[in-house]
Write a protein that binds this ligand. Structure first.
Ligand SMILES: NC(=O)c1ccc[n+]([C@@H]2O[C@H](COP(=O)([O-])OP(=O)(O)OC[C@H]3O[C@@H](n4cnc5c(N)ncnc54)[C@H](O)[C@@H]3O)[C@@H](O)[C@H]2O)c1
Length: 396
């Protein structure tokens, strides 16, 4: 794997085979480290962060079921009993709330975690967000370490600096910008993930590929079957490389705009129609799947407004469909309602639409103003996607 680095006067992301470092003009830096056999007793990736401090290891119920013995053995081998505690934290979107954050703070207080203490989150994106938010408030902030165990967590939720929980029916409504002291990824942990969770993560990887990295797109085109069927395990080098590139591309985008002062964010590709799709389906369509549908709608709008060519547009749809993702969905693709939700999004984006669209594979930009498109274009996009999906899915 080649070394990759990005640098300007404000920030720097450097990358080696198993390590990506983020440095910037803000007051933090952290590493996103790739390891293997994270709970092996001779693997010091976790232990090096915990020396000389009390730790609470927060694990999700699923991780408890799958890895409790290994985690317990790892900590008991490296640290005295009195210095750490392993706690199960309830997860799921319904538990991603202030009450659960309070629970983490309560446990920390009961364990007398002081300002040098460390919270460790081992679980999916939901646990990362809950524990990160608790860490940003407990005793006005203490360190936390992220060990994401889902693909989406490893390439997205685990690597930015956002934390937060749902509030009064709105997703991620309350939270903070608070960087972790480190992120440790082990793709072996993905072996137990459900296929839907693999697809959700892969959809976000494809997002990064379409907006900025043609070679990553090509890699997924060539190897998606292997990656999906084996949960990224069949060829560990390939799995690690795809994971690594997706993280690097994401961090390159985030590092100039960690605090989201700039509302023109290419990483918002797939995130304009997906909130409506998720909500209208009563969240039966998971986030990553909705993102894939949104990417298709945005790509078709790009095509209809002359911003992307025929062959690149077809490559996007063929990849999404061959992975098993839908580009059309009868139950949620309602032009009127989607158009209304797009107008609501404009209010949240400071009066601008900033719809991210691809200009080609690995190139992207924005439709900045809602006046540049209209409901007829959206309606045509939906109909075209329906025809395309029917054509490609119909038996020869
Ligand atoms: N903070 C951010 O920047 C950011 C970015 C993207 C998403 N998010 C948030 O992340 C959340 C989604 O994350 P997610 O997709 O990881 O969801 P999740 O945390 O709910 O995990 C998905 C499922 O995978 C299971 N799981 C976790 N690890 C496993 C493993 N190793 N083996 C088997 N099963 C495992 C979980 O129990 C759960 O059922 C959302 O709440 C979203 O808002 C945050």
């Amino acid at each position: 794997m080649k070394d990759i680095s990005l640098m300007n006067s404000l920030q720097q992301v450097t990358s080696e085979e198993n390590l990506i470092s983020v440095h910037n003009s803000y007051d933090f830096s952290f590493n996103v480290e790739q390891t293997q056999g994270i709970f092996n007793l001779d693997n010091m990736a976790i232990a090096k962060y915990c020396r000389g401090r009390k730790c609470i290891v927060c694990i999700s119920p699923r991780i408890k079921k799958l890895y409790f013995t290994e985690i317990q053995t790892y900590f008991s081998r490296h640290f005295p009993d009195a210095s750490y505690q392993i706690e199960e934290i309830r997860t799921g979107e319904a538990n991603k709330n202030l009450e659960t954050v309070e629970k983490v703070c309560e446990l920390s207080k009961a364990f007398s975690l002081d300002r040098r203490g460390l919270l460790i989150a081992i679980g999916g994106g939901i646990l990362m967000d809950i524990v990160g938010f608790a860490a940003s408030m407990y005793k006005r902030k203490i360190d936390y370490l992220r060990i994401p165990t889902t693909l989406l967590g490893q390439i997205d939720a685990g690597i930015g600096i956002k934390t937060g929980v749902n509030f009064k029916g709105s997703k991620n409504f309350i939270g903070s910008f608070y960087p972790p002291i480190g992120v440790i990824n082990d793709i072996e942990l993905l072996k137990s993930l459900d296929k839907t969770d693999i697809l959700c993560g892969l959809s976000e990887i494809i997002k990064m590929a379409i907006i900025v990295d043609q070679s990553l797109f090509q890699k997924i085109e060539d190897h998606h079957r292997l990656l999906i069927d084996s949960n990224f395990q069949f060829d560990v080098l390939l799995g690690k490389e795809v994971n690594h590139l997706a993280i690097l591309r994401m961090l390159e985008q985030l590092t100039t705009n960690f605090y989201e002062k700039d509302l023109e964010r290419l990483v918002d590709f797939g995130h304009s129609f997906s909130p409506f799709i998720e909500q209208y389906s009563n969240f039966s369509i998971p986030h990553g799947i909705a993102v894939a549908m949104d990417m298709a709608i945005s790509t078709e709008i790009a095509y209809l407004t002359g911003k992307i060519g025929e062959s690149d547009r077809v490559r996007v749809y063929k990849l999404l469909l061959s992975i098993g993702l839908n580009i059309f969905d009868e139950s949620t693709y309602h032009a009127n309602l989607m158009w209304k939700s797009l107008n609501d999004i404009v209010l949240h984006r400071g009066g601008d639409l900033n719809l991210v669209i691809p200009f080609g594979i690995g190139q992207s930009g924005f439709i900045k103003k809602i006046e540049e498109i209209n409901i007829t274009i959206l309606d045509r996009a939906i109909n075209n996607l329906k025809s395309f999906q029917n054509e490609l899915r119909s038996p020869e």
